[in-house]
Ligand binder design. Structure first.
Ligand code: GLU
Length: 373
């Protein structure tokens, strides 16, 4: 798989706060310059490059002489506003040295929640790339509050990779990749060069936080990796302190951890259902429906529904929950929560009698269903 990287055209690179700053919170200019130089060189090879960069809050805190990030949301948002400008100024300056033009894109989760806005964002990115410009993306921390937050840039970068249908996502971090056990505790921990499946165990072992100014850690990276693997996009997590790390990863060198995606790329529509939006309700299904969905690739019919939870309308993306309470799929519901409550457990042939009309045979059509995403 790594041998294919050389041919890849559209590459998303994510750098975290720990990469961009020194331990004292000041920008690590040497590191920034190296990354910008590598990205510019990729761009010179006619590759399309997108950079997801953290560091706004950290840079803002540093500008204000703070040693750590304050607790209140408005203060953090103010720091992001201060730091984002400073960060972009630095990127502008360094990219310009290599003759590159950059574009700042700030997003909240809400911007991608509706399918139309998601498509809009895709088109904007494609227009920027067509202009031969390098987009630099961050969460719009200044206006984002909890409900509309991506939360961390690991997740943001995987969403961007999905949004632009990237060939490869590289997350640069202060760790070498994924180890089989915590390398800080176990001296014999082994770096995993390739990962084919993310287990719950891996996530449990990675529940540590990153440095003071960033919100990541290995757990958020694994969550992102899960998304990428399902969406069919290879992801490499590598250490940003390796010399020429981006070039070497793309050359196919066994650096960091490669999360090997499943064979086929997910259709754009399913990708949006899976990752573009937050589910706004739940449909609980019985064991028979669970098997039909997971093993046979069938649509969800009313007969297999136990209940609908939440208050959602037709066309809403909802989570499909097994009788054991596990999320097994996400999909776009053809009927509202109230309608589903009335037809739950009933035959499709009875829908018209119960609702007075029947626009669809399925509660969720299999084309609008994303399994285990
Ligand atoms: N968006 C935040 C910032 O630029 C960082 C989030 C993260 O570290 O993942 O400061």
């Amino acid at each position: 798989m790594r041998n294919d990287f050389k041919k890849f055209k559209r590459i998303v690179v994510k750098v975290g706060t720990s990469t961009l700053t020194h331990g004292n919170g000041q920008l690590n200019l040497e590191r920034m310059e190296r990354i910008v130089r590598e990205l510019s060189d990729l761009h010179n090879q006619d590759k399309e490059v997108l950079l997801v960069s953290s560091g706004a809050i950290g840079t803002g805190a540093n500008r204000m002489g703070l040693k750590k990030v304050p607790r209140t949301l408005p203060e953090k948002q103010a720091l992001a506003a201060i730091g984002q400008g400073a960060l972009m100024h630095m990127y502008e300056k360094i990219f310009a040295e290599y003759g590159k033009t950059v574009a700042q894109v700030l997003l909240t989760r809400e911007d991608l929640n509706e399918r139309l806005r998601y498509l809009n964002a895709t088109n904007t990115f494609l227009a920027i790339l067509n202009m031969n410009v390098i987009p630099i993306i961050n969460e719009n921390d200044t206006v984002a509050v909890d409900e509309i937050k991506f939360g961390d840039n690991d997740m943001l970068s995987t969403m961007i990779a999905g949004l632009v249908d990237a060939d490869l996502l590289i997350i640069l971090s202060d760790v070498d990749g994924l180890y089989d056990q915590d390398p800080r505790v176990h001296k014999d921990a082994q770096l995993q060069s390739e990962v084919y499946e993310i287990t719950d165990n891996m996530e449990e072992n990675s529940a540590n936080k990153g440095i003071a100014f960033s919100s990541g850690g290995m757990l958020t990276k694994l969550k992102g990796a899960r998304v990428c693997m399902t969406a069919g996009i290879p992801l490499v997590i590598a250490n940003s302190s390796e010399i020429n790390v981006i070039r070497r990863v793309i050359a196919g060198e066994k650096l960091g951890t490669l999360f090997v995606p499943r064979e086929e790329k997910m259709q754009a529509r399913k990708k949006w259902i899976a990752f573009g939006t937050v589910p706004h309700g739940k449909i609980v299904v019985d064991a028979g429906a669970e098997t039909a969905l997971l093993m046979k690739g069938k649509s969800l019919l009313a007969s297999g529904v136990v209940e609908a939870k939440g208050d959602f309308g037709r066309g809403t993306v909802v989570a499909v929950i097994s009788a054991q309470g596990q999320e097994i799929a996400r999909g776009m519901a053809n009927y509202s929560a109230e309608e589903i409550s009335r037809i739950a457990g009933k035959k499709s042939a009875d829908i018209e009698k119960i609702l007075g009309e029947k626009d669809y045979d399925e509660v969720i059509h299999r084309d609008n269903l994303c399994i285990k995403c």
